[in-house]
Design a protein around this ligand. Structure first.
Ligand code: EPU
Length: 429
């Protein structure tokens, strides 16, 4: 296993180009199954989660080639409708093949995803949506079994849960609804840009969809979809991560291939924190002239502040003089990074789903353990400003979602590298 080693203290200068969005690519890859024809998906990031999804598509009966960030997917005429445990258990987003399987085959079996380190993560809203389309749902031997006894039919579906809308439930139900008979309306749909991207791709396939990007999506079912070519939008979470990194280290960083309209919450918070943010249509420049100021952040569904940037924002606030309060409203338990940041000298106190961050003058490098993807990114960017050496262990989390993170940071002057772990030792699970 690898670790990332960082020598802190370097300001970042130069430009970084973003990769395609993981969370857009994964559901779109699942959506390729909705047609028997080949789809070509461009700007796909090279990540472990993408490799897992490729394996899953192959297990379901698609021919897949991945060359230089372009995916060619040719689904079989008859799909194998079972998503096996060994793949689903390594990546929760696998659950979003259920909608396409149900729509095309009238039947799908997907291993029930368990909880994960960021929280319980139920899939009740996905299943409620399928039931509203007329599917029968059973849980058998750890698998969700969804069956359409007769052809599925459109309906009115409310997808709000205890924590607001659900991104993958919206994607899953949208993918099922495009091939059912009649009209479906999804209420309290997720408004994330990744849902809009999915709808754009589905429309290119021949689907009839209106209202994506708003909480009400209307779908008129069609009987068949064609293969299509699509380019994945850039990764707004990767973008936000580099914005936070640049704000922390100081220097002058231009982030390219970014969509500033998807970064409004992050831009707003950085400006409040005293960071200089200049934007064009497809780039954001981050500089800092004055000391940072504390800000309070609450994570919310899009267009609110993304939970996937909460840990990185906390790293930034940990070296900001004063007290900042970070409230987590999507995953109340997503605070595994707090104790690791505190090992680096941060002063962060947890009060339920809220972190009280007392800014310290400087962090000090330490060996730390990545617990999930975004927590890992937060530890890496904390390492960029920490005194001395930081080693981030369990880098496989990072490799799930950041395309060449250390190379991109290296190219703007960070002292960062990847090394082989000498020994696993007694790190507990
Ligand atoms: N929820 C339910 N029932 C459901 C589904 C979700 O109660 O059936 C709850 C969740 O427990 C959570 C809230 O609804 O409290 C929102 O979860 P959501 O369903 O939106 O999350 P997701 O679709 O499973 C995606 C991203 C996550 C990101 C969340 C929130 C992908 C592949 N994953 O997950 O990304 O944190 O939306 O924005 O799109 C990451 O990339 O690191 C990551 C975890």
């Amino acid at each position: 296993m690898d670790k990332i080693v960082i020598s802190g203290g370097k300001k970042l200068y130069g430009s970084i180009s973003l990769s395609g969005a993981k969370n857009s690519a994964l559901p779109i890859m699942a959506a390729t199954l909705l047609s028997k024809e080949e789809s070509i998906i461009e700007n796909v990031p090279d990540l472990r989660d993408i490799q897992t999804m490729i394996k899953l598509l192959q297990a379901l009966g698609a021919e897949v080639r991945f060359q230089r960030h372009t995916l060619f997917v040719k689904p079989a005429k008859d799909l194998c409708p079972k998503a096996p445990y060994d793949l689903v258990s390594t990546m929760r987003a696998s659950v979003c093949v259920l909608g396409p399987l149900l729509a095309r085959m009238g039947y799908g079996e997907v291993s029930m995803p368990g909880g994960c380190v960021i929280g319980a993560r139920p899939i009740d809203l996905h299943l409620k949506g399928f039931e509203a389309l007329g599917a029968e749902i059973k849980i058998r031997h750890g698998y969700v079994v969804a069956r359409a006894k007769k052809r599925l039919k459109g309906g009115e579906i409310y997808l709000g849960g205890a924590f607001g809308s659900s991104v993958l439930a919206t994607a899953n139900v949208l993918m099922a609804a495009v091939l059912v008979r009649g009209k479906t309306t999804i209420h309290c749909a997720a408004c994330e840009p990744e849902i809009t991207d999915l709808a754009v791709y589905l429309r290119k396939m021949g689907a009839k969809i209106r209202g994506e990007g708003s909480p009400r999506i209307e779908i008129e079912g069609v009987s068949k979809l064609r293969g299509s070519r699509h380019r994945i939008i850039s990764d707004r979470i990767e973008g936000g991560t580099y914005m936070a990194a640049a704000a922390m280290t100081g220097g002058d960083v231009l982030i390219r291939q970014i969509a500033p309209e998807y970064q409004t919450a992050m831009i707003d918070k950085l400006k409040q924190a005293g960071v200089l943010v200049d934007q064009t249509k497809s780039s954001i420049r981050i500089r800092r002239r004055k000391p940072l100021k504390p800000v309070d952040v609450t994570t919310l569904p899009y267009p609110g502040f993304a939970t996937d940037l909460q840990a990185q924002m906390m790293a930034l606030m940990s070296i900001t003089p004063g007290i900042s309060v970070i409230s987590e409203k999507i995953y109340p338990d997503r605070f595994m990074h707090v104790s690791e940041l505190n090992r680096m000298g941060a002063k962060i106190y947890l009060e339920g789903a809220r972190a009280i961050v007392h800014g310290v003058k400087r962090l000090s490098g330490a060996p730390v353990m990545a617990s999930d993807l975004r927590a890992s990114a937060a530890l890496v960017i904390a390492g960029l400003v920490a005194e001395g050496k930081t080693e981030v262990h369990r880098v496989y989390h990072l490799d799930r979602g950041y395309d060449r993170l250390e190379n991109k940071l290296l190219s703007v002057g960070a002292e960062i590298g990847r090394e082989k772990e000498e020994k696993q030792g007694s790190m507990n699970n």
